[in-house]
Unconditional design. Sequence first.
Length: 256
Amino acid sequence: MPFQTHRIAAALIVLLLWALVTVLVGAWSTQEMGTLLDVVTRGPVPAFVAAVLLLVVACAVLRWEGIGLGAVHPWRSLRILLLPSVYLVLFFSIAVALGLPPLMVIGSIVLNCLLASFSEEVMFRGILFQGLRSRLAIWPAIWVTSLLFGAIHSLNVFLTGEMAQALVQSVAAVMSGVLFIAMRLRTGSLWPPILFHAAWNASTFLLVAAAGAGSAPPPETSGLALVAPLLFVLPNLLYGLYLLRDIEYRAATGTA
């Protein structure tokens, strides 16, 4: 592969370009359409499409291969995804009970969540993680990838204007990022974290839409309202660490 000795630098450059595209185009979208919920319910989000196209071009130009978009082991993936999918069933059940939005809105949410999750997983658990692994041991690469994934989410302040919420989202993203990378390593594929990530985001948006939060007053930005999301995603972190319990052995034996 070209740039073999500079894979970390190449990965960080791609990350910088990806972040600029996501934030700049995303900020324009929210200014034009309103809240993030409004944006994802009105057809393909330009920022998500632009980010996916950027990654496709980057992988082609850098000839970046082996990031995990090949075949997936269905039974291994199903076993690993089973426990965290309880959350998804809970989210969707509550959304159904509250009343789902129109079918076109559901379709738009699902499409955008797939685009966003594909973009984020290829960028972080694919290109960035592989670049870090060219020079770092497995655990440093896991934590740097997860911390950068969280740091990027702090840029949501430019989309929402809410600093406290953006910081909470950043910490929550680190916690969930550990689970996503655990799925990637334990299944040997990016597809399980892509699909789970998309399902998590979609079920969350559906729940918010069903609750009518898009037209409600802004939520509290202090106290329990900030702590609750972190407690809610704490099981993601714990399950991710459980999946990674023997990752050093797996890395040493070539099974991770």
